[in-house]
Design a binder for this molecule. Structure first.
Ligand code: ADP
Ligand code: MG
Length: 231
């Protein structure tokens, strides 16, 4: 719990900083992309350079976008939503990336899942971040298993499991830290954003991992009234 608190505080500081910087970077980025496009259409013979420039610009853009999610932590909009449906939409969205990585989805959605108050866009963002990590960790392909069920009377659990290499004990503690990444092209912001969003829903994320076998992310969402979430 203390760990969770410390992370949330770091998040607010980073969030405020991010707000300013992200907005400032966005406009010149858009302009750069436009001019690169123009150049690319009028110069021939440098296709590879243009591909690299475009890829790097896209990377900056994705970092900035993740920053922007961080920067607006206080404006969640709670609606009564079907979590299962949000998950189905997420899977559709990531289907292409999964196929490219030889990854297949397996779903077990319980039938009695009640609608709950949540910010659907933020929840989708969390699902995307965690499922993307699951896909990325399975270098040789495999199954991403997604389970949604009700636990006790007042909690929904979304469990996302992969068959990747797992996470060591020391590294487990670092999940959700800003900029913690083990990927060459990672931002180390996806989990931090996700932990923040779930804590704004008064929920929590737990991780279980077996080295060499895989990892499961458990997202716990309490079933609350709208007022309880907004207070
Ligand atoms: P990024 O994906 O950009 O590296 P994230 O915040 O999404 O940033 O993840 C941070 C780190 O947590 C990853 O670089 C990886 O080391 C670890 N991680 C996250 N999900 C998994 C997973 N399913 N299996 C193994 N490691 C993971
Ligand atoms: Mg990630």
């Amino acid at each position: 719990m203390e760990e969770q608190l410390r992370k949330t505080e770091t998040l607010n500081v980073v969030g405020e900083l991010a707000a300013g910087i992200a907005h400032e970077i966005r406009n010149p980025m858009t302009s750069l992309k436009g001019f690169i496009q123009l150049l690319q259409n009028s110069i021939s013979g440098y296709a590879m350079y243009f591909d690299i420039i475009t890829a790097e610009l896209n990377r900056i853009e994705s970092i900035v976008n993740e920053f922007l999610v961080l920067a607006r932590p206080r404006v969640l909009q709670f609606y009564k939503c079907d979590i299962t449906r949000i998950m189905r939409e997420t899977i559709d969205l990531l289907y292409g990336q999964a196929v490219l990585n030889n990854v297949q989805f397996r779903t077990h959605f319980a039938k009695n899942i009640p609608k709950i108050y949540c910010d659907p866009n933020r929840i989708k963002q969390v699902f995307i971040n965690i499922i993307k990590n699951a896909i990325e960790v399975m270098k040789e392909g495999g199954f991403v298993t997604i389970e949604i069920k009700k636990e006790k009377r007042n909690t929904l659990v979304v469990a996302i499991s992969d068959e990747g290499g797992g996470i060591g004990k020391e590294d487990l503690k670092r999940l959700g830290e800003p900029f913690y990444t083990t990927k060459e092209r990672g931002t180390g912001l996806g989990l931090m954003v996700s932990y923040n969003i779930i804590s704004e829903h008064k929920g929590k994320i737990m991780v279980e991992s077996d080295l060499g076998k895989g990892t499961t992310f458990f997202i716990y969402l309490p079933i609350l009234q709208k007022e309880e979430l907004e207070e």
